[in-house]
Design a protein around this ligand. Structure first.
Ligand code: FPP
Length: 226
């Protein structure tokens, strides 16, 4: 039987190189990257099996970048979210943001809360942006929260406290590197990993379709035998 892909996670790498290859500023790569986010999100919402798409948009390590690039990414997220609300509602997409959002400007935090509220009834796809997110931080927060509760420390209870509770089926990284970069480490225990040299701004729904097609034919044993 063919595998069904319920949850896709993507590390969208290569925006900077894409821009530099064409003599453009790195920010142009992020702008083009945001357009690709839109196309991939629409595609996943229209796909009958995909229910979750989780994208790494800003890691806990991205604060180390020059302030001008960090400020640009924050502004871009703001512009993007304002513009995307109509698309989310039209395509029945529920928006979510995960990670420690408290370090972002209040205006972005407010916009995130507003977008989450306005789309919470949507059913076709849960589209999550990981912002100031890192797996170690997520697991640390989950353990702290469990420790403060009366719940037993066990795998189910830890998972229930994570920002993302659904296991990842298909984990994709663009941009040529073969690393997980602290993204959804717990949830990807049995994910199928796909690495492509394509830089994120050049990534297309056609390439995604091909990856999904390959995924459906892989034999997944989850540690057992066939
Ligand atoms: C990696 O490219 C990408 C990021 C650090 C940010 C991801 C952001 C986007 C895809 C655009 C904004 C997203 C939304 C949802 C509006 P890089 O800069 O590390 O590229 P490089 O490895 O070539 O330098």
């Amino acid at each position: 039987m063919k595998n069904k892909v319920n949850h896709i996670a993507i590390i969208m790498d290569g925006n900077g190189r894409w821009a530099q290859n064409q003599g453009l500023k790195r920010s142009k790569g992020h702008e083009k990257g945001a357009e690709v986010v839109r196309e991939v999100t629409k595609y996943c919402a229209s796909h009958k099996d995909i229910n979750f798409l989780t994208l790494y948009a800003f890691s806990t390590e991205n604060w180390k970048r020059p302030k001008i690039e960090v400020d640009f990414l924050i502004k871009l997220l703001q512009v993007y979210l304002k513009k995307e609300l109509a698309l989310y509602l039209e395509n029945d997409i529920k928006f979510k943001a995960i990670g420690d959002l408290s370090r972002f400007p209040n205006s972005l935090q407010d916009l995130i809360i507003k977008t989450q509220k306005k789309t919470e009834h949507c059913k076709a796809l849960t589209h999550t942006l990981a912002l100031n997110y890192g797996s170690h931080d997520e697991i640390n927060r989950a353990l702290k929260s469990l420790n403060e509760s009366d719940l037993e420390l066990n795998i189910e209870n830890i998972q229930a406290k994570l920002d993302i509770k659904e296991n990842v089926d298909l984990f994709i990284r663009t941009g040529g590197d073969h690393r997980l970069s602290n993204f959804l480490l717990w949830q990807s225990s049995y994910a199928e990993l796909f690495f492509t040299d394509t830089l994120w701004p050049d990534f297309t729904t056609q390439e995604l379709e091909k990856i999904i097609e390959k995924f459906t034919t892989i034999e997944r044993r989850f540690g057992g035998l066939k």
